[in-house]
Design a protein around this ligand. Structure first.
Ligand code: PHE
Length: 339
């Protein structure tokens, strides 16, 4: 290779090497390779002896320029690295912070957990049942015969499969528990329910209920009132919530009642949230109807008890002051991260 060819090769190669150097260490290696004591440029210097004395000075000048070009490139590149380091060290308090979002529990799940905790502190276990139910378990065994108006009231989703539907309440699980176990019973049943409702501020085709069933030898209506009033006190803790029971009707309980709590917005005085009544309904309940016991082969002479059912979304709305049920299902992070 002629001197000229070597010169051209080095001139192109060092630029490429500098460009590729990714660390200070790399740049130093490039420096040693080209302008170190036994580097490429000095190697050419040593070969200048083969030139005639007239040619030599011009080559010497050319190589010195190359050497200082390389030195400059090496220094510039080193400078770039140290500037970068400095930048990384600067703490700028006016920069927007990078915070991470902490995952939180969905309010419906949170309320379900609270309800389970409260009832387990009152001695209740937890049972589950299928969401695809037979019309026998959802209606017939609960004393709602085929032509009964209550079936209409439930706006049921029927499945193509014969006799199958999406359960309209958690009450069929009462039946399943009693069919498969001997009394006494002391359980709650959290779960999803389905009704052919259009979605609005207080309805959704999918919603959650918690059912309860307490059956033993001496359970009476006073136990029902005591357990449910205690539940309300624990659930709305810190507020002096009042409860009242109103007569009602369910085919599977007799007598039946609905429990109201005093409106937490107006403290019972009457406001737009409680339609000026001062009270808000939170659950349905009653003593288990002997007809239901008969379907489940439970001896009505020996056993009696009560059942109740509450809407979870409704309880969450009352607890947190949420005005529209749709918020639960929109998956809007601004809503969800408040819980
Ligand atoms: N299943 C009833 C409903 O969905 C609630 C309820 C349950 C009432 C148990 C009484 C006893 O409205």
């Amino acid at each position: 290779m002629s001197l000229n060819e070597k010169y051209e090769k080095i001139s192109a190669a060092y630029l490429q090497d500098i460009k590729e150097a990714g660390t200070l260490q790399d740049v130093e290696e490039v420096r040693v390779k080209y302008i170190g004591r036994s580097g490429e440029v000095n190697k050419i210097f040593k070969e200048l002896g083969i030139l005639s004395p007239e040619e030599r000075p011009a080559w010497g000048k050319k190589l010195n320029i190359l050497k200082s070009d390389i030195t400059k490139s090496v220094e510039d590149k080193k400078e770039q690295f140290s500037q970068k380091d400095e930048k990384e060290d600067i703490f700028d308090p006016t920069m927007p912070g990078n915070y991470s979002r902490f995952p939180s529990i969905h309010p419906v799940t949170g309320i379900l957990r609270e309800i389970k905790d409260i009832f387990s502190s009152l001695g209740f276990g937890v049972a589950y049942g299928p969401e695809i139910e037979s019309s026998y378990h959802n209606f017939t065994a609960l004393n709602i015969p085929e032509d009964h108006v209550a079936r209409e009231m439930h706006d049921t989703f029927y499945l193509n499969q014969e006799d199958k539907l999406l359960r309209t309440h958690t009450s069929p699980v009462q039946v399943r528990v009693m069919e498969n176990n001997d009394p006494p019973y002391n359980i709650i049943v959290p779960g999803k329910c389905y009704r052919r409702d259009t979605i609005d501020a207080s309805h959704s085709p999918v919603f959650h209920q918690v059912e309860g069933l307490m059956v033993d030898k001496n359970i009476n209506f006073a136990d029902l009132k005591g357990v449910l009033a205690e539940f309300a006190k624990l659930f709305f803790k810190g507020s002096d919530v009042k409860t009242r029971f109103r007569p009602s009707y369910f085919p599977f309980t007799e007598p039946s009642a609905e429990m109201d709590i005093s409106c937490r917005i107006c403290q019972g005085k009457g406001c737009s949230s409680c339609s000026q009544k001062g009270w808000l309904e939170i659950l349905g309940a009653g003593m288990v109807d002997p007809e239901v016991f008969k379907h489940c082969n439970v001896d009505t002479e020996k056993w009696q008890g009560f059942a109740f059912g509450m809407g979870v979304e409704r309880l969450a709305m009352l607890k947190y002051g949420i005005s529209d049920m749709r918020f639960f299902y929109l998956n809007d992070i601004r809503f969800l991260e408040q819980f």
